[in-house]
Every structure is written in C-alpha cells, then in structure tokens.
Design a protein around this ligand. Structure first.
Ligand SMILES: [Zn+2]
Length: 414
C-alpha cells in the first residue's frame, strides 16, 4: 500500500496555517471572506492535479470531478469536507506541530507551557502510540476539523488522477464553507453535487461510520411585558425579565438538559437569554434522535409558555419553533447501500467499522434530508474546537485508503 503520510502532513500543515474561521453573526455566504483564501488554493491545487469541472461557486463551495476510468456499475459518489473552523476558539496564526512516533506520554505545547495533552484528557490517544500526532502550538485550535477531511480527500483525488490504471467510478468533490455555523449546505448544493450519494469526511476515531445524528429544532421565545417607571409601577409593571426567568425555571432541570443526558437521550437547551424589563428573549435548541421525542419537547416548551402566559395575561409570550435538521437514519435505513459500502471499504483496509449515534448534526444530516444520502466517515480528529485538538497522520492515511476502496466499488444492479 502506498504510504500517504508525508503528503497528508504537507497538506494538513498547509491548510491549517490558513485562517478560515466562520462567523455565526455574518449574513453573507461564506460567512467570512478569509474562507476564500483556502477555497482558492484548493481550486488551484485541484486544477494542477488534473481534476475536471473545477469551480468555485458564488456561495463559496469548491466543486470538482474525478472522471471514471472504467465502465461498470459505479455510482456517482460525492466526497465532502468543510473548510471553515469553529468560532468557539482562537483560530488565526495556527502553527501546526508534528510529534513523531508518539510515545504514549505527555505532549507539551511551545506557546502554552502549562498546557498538557495526554491519554488522561484524550483516551483515544492511548490507542495511537507510535503514530505521528499533529497538534497546534498551544494558543489556537488546530483545525483538523475539518482540514483533516480536506487533506484526506485531496490526497485520494491526487492519487486517483495520477494513476488512471486504477478502475474507478466518477467522484464528485465538494469543499464547503460554514459547517460550524450550521450553514454548510447551501440550497444549490444538492443539485450542484449531482451524485447518487455522498460521504462527509468529518468524523472521529478510526473505523467510525456515522449514519445517525440528532433531529433538531430551534426555538425562540419572545416575552413582551408592560414597561413603566419603577417609581410609579405598583400594580402596573409587568417585568419581562421575571417572566423569562420563570419560563427557564419551570422547565425541567434534573432531566432533559444537556448536562443531565447522554447516549440516546434528548434535551432542551437554553443557550441565550437577553432583554430588559420591557421585553426579553430566550433561545433554545431542542434535540432528540426521534422526531416523536422532538415533538414532545416542543409541546412541553409550548405548555410552559402558555401556562405562564395564562397566569399573566397582560404580557405577551410568543414561542416560535422551527426545524433545523433531522436524523439521517430515517432516510438511510430505507437504503443502507452507502453505509454498507463504507463498511466494506473499511474492512478491505483491515479495520472493523463501527457506528455510533452522533449527539449533533453534520452537513450530511441536511444533505440526506434533501435527497443526497450522506453518512460520515472518520478522519482521526480528536479534542476538536480547542487548544488540545489533535489528529494522527496514520488515521488520516487509513481514511485515504477507505476513500480509494470506495471509489472502486460497484453497486450490483445499478
Ligand atoms: Zn467538522
């Protein structure tokens, strides 16, 4: 097997050095202009390696094709990764550091002497002894989420384009912006992709194939009180902040919250609350693996709001709940072909695939809902969105092999 670790190291280090942090508060697409710096580089590199149909869409996605090299029952398959990094942590001036042949002990950081990465913080690290581990230098995240995925796809693409004797089907590549702010799937993307199904390279531990995510709604509760000078307020003031606090207090605290649930349990999470005595706003996310559970949560939140509204008719309490994304399993369980192919591709590399339900969403959740079944494949990334983020080059190399195997898989009866 070809050793891809040097190419992956070069690509990962090159890509993470470019700041691509997205911004939830920006209305544009992509949300930050800096994402174009990496998107344009990827256009150049894809063009140089001989990819077809290379283009940068005006919504900030890079699209390209690796044409088929053989006839056969090959599906049109998509490979996706996102170029942006999380707004949650410092992401400019990333200095990647390669820790060769990790010895199982503590990893230290040049720019943060007190920071330590060890299997105590990240148990998966104990399984990667002997690997080459990439981290940042202590003051920023690394951005392996998801530049590990970008580097894996670019390496697999380069290898297929340089070796046309490998018989494979048509591959469509997409590098997308703004996944971290929930806007990675532009309305045009499913049609622009034009694939039978796709994979995001945005997963974690070696062998992980994810086809179950949360189902998700967002809720905004607006409370309008009656404002009046506090000196003359007796019997007249209706304090919106107190009503907002009552809504938050009335919701359960010993269950149905992120901090009291795990596994397959869902939650209602109050993540923002602001306002004045005159008007206040509460923002929630609702999460459950099943849409029935999500509907129960919505009913509970609505009941709490309406009970408090009834107790204080002078106020106005408006509860608006909107769908965000749905568990991709609802679509994939009707046709498990994409998942089965990914599992077979793992086994061909000698990896035993495993699937866990992800307590979050991926771009694949939205794509699947819009008719492009898109499970998520591992990249090796760990401790993401913070200064301890790390990835193993050998895990990334295993993911490249999985992609190469996928490209060569035919779908009988297609
Ligand atoms: Zn990601």
């Amino acid at each position: 097997m070809t050793d891809f670790t040097q190419e992956l190291e070069d690509r990962l280090c090159r890509y993470v050095s470019i700041d691509t942090q997205s911004d939830e508060t920006s209305p544009s697409s992509p949300s930050t202009a800096c994402q174009f710096d990496l998107l344009r580089l990827l256009v150049e590199e894809l063009t140089a390696m001989g990819a077809a149909d290379v283009r940068l869409t005006d919504y900030g996605a890079v699209l390209a094709t690796i044409p088929a090299t053989a006839p056969g029952a090959f599906p049109v398959m998509g490979w996706l990764a996102h170029v942006d990094t999380a707004p949650a942590y410092a992401a400019s001036g990333v200095k990647p550091v390669v820790h060769r042949r990790y010895d199982g002990g503590e990893i230290r950081f040049a720019d943060a002497p007190d920071l330590v990465l060890s299997p105590a913080q990240s148990p998966y690290l104990a399984q990667r002894v002997g690997d080459d581990i990439v981290t940042a230098s202590g003051t920023t995240l690394l951005g392996a989420d998801d530049k590990a995925g970008v580097a894996i796809i670019m390496t697999a693409a380069r290898h297929l384009l340089a070796n046309p004797s490998i018989p494979h089907g048509p591959i469509r590549i997409a590098f997308t912006p703004d996944e971290e702010v929930g806007r990675g799937v532009h309305p045009m993307l499913p049609a622009d992709l034009a694939v039978d199904f796709a994979y995001t390279l945005d997963g974690a531990e070696r062998g992980e194939i994810v086809y179950e995510t949360f189902s998700a709604d967002g809720a905004v509760v607006k409370v309008t009180g009656v404002s009046i000078h506090p000196g003359q307020a007796k019997g007249k003031l209706v304090n919106a902040l107190n009503l907002a606090a009552r809504i938050a207090e009335t919701l359960p605290h010993d269950r149905l919250t992120p901090e009291t649930t795990d596994g397959r349990e869902g939650f209602i999470h109050l993540y923002a609350m602001s306002g004045t005595a005159a008007a206040a706003e509460l923002k929630f996310i609702l999460r459950d693996f099943e849409v029935d559970g999500l509907a129960d949560q919505a009913a509970l939140l609505r009941k709490v709001c309406s009970d408090i509204q009834k107790a204080e008719p002078r106020a106005t309490i408006d509860c608006h709940i909107a769908p965000q994304y749905r568990n991709m399993r609802y679509w994939l369980e009707k046709d498990m072909t994409p998942v089965d192919l990914a599992r077979a591709a793992c086994r061909k590399v000698g990896l035993e695939p495993f699937s866990i339900p992800i307590r979050g969403g991926t771009d694949g959740s939205r794509l699947t809902e819009q008719g492009v079944p898109t499970p998520n494949i591992f990249t090796g990334m760990a401790m993401i969105h913070g200064p301890l983020e790390w990835v193993s080059l050998q895990d990334m190399a295993a993911a490249v092999q999985v992609c190469l195997n996928l490209a060569q898989m035919e779908v009988p009866g297609k």
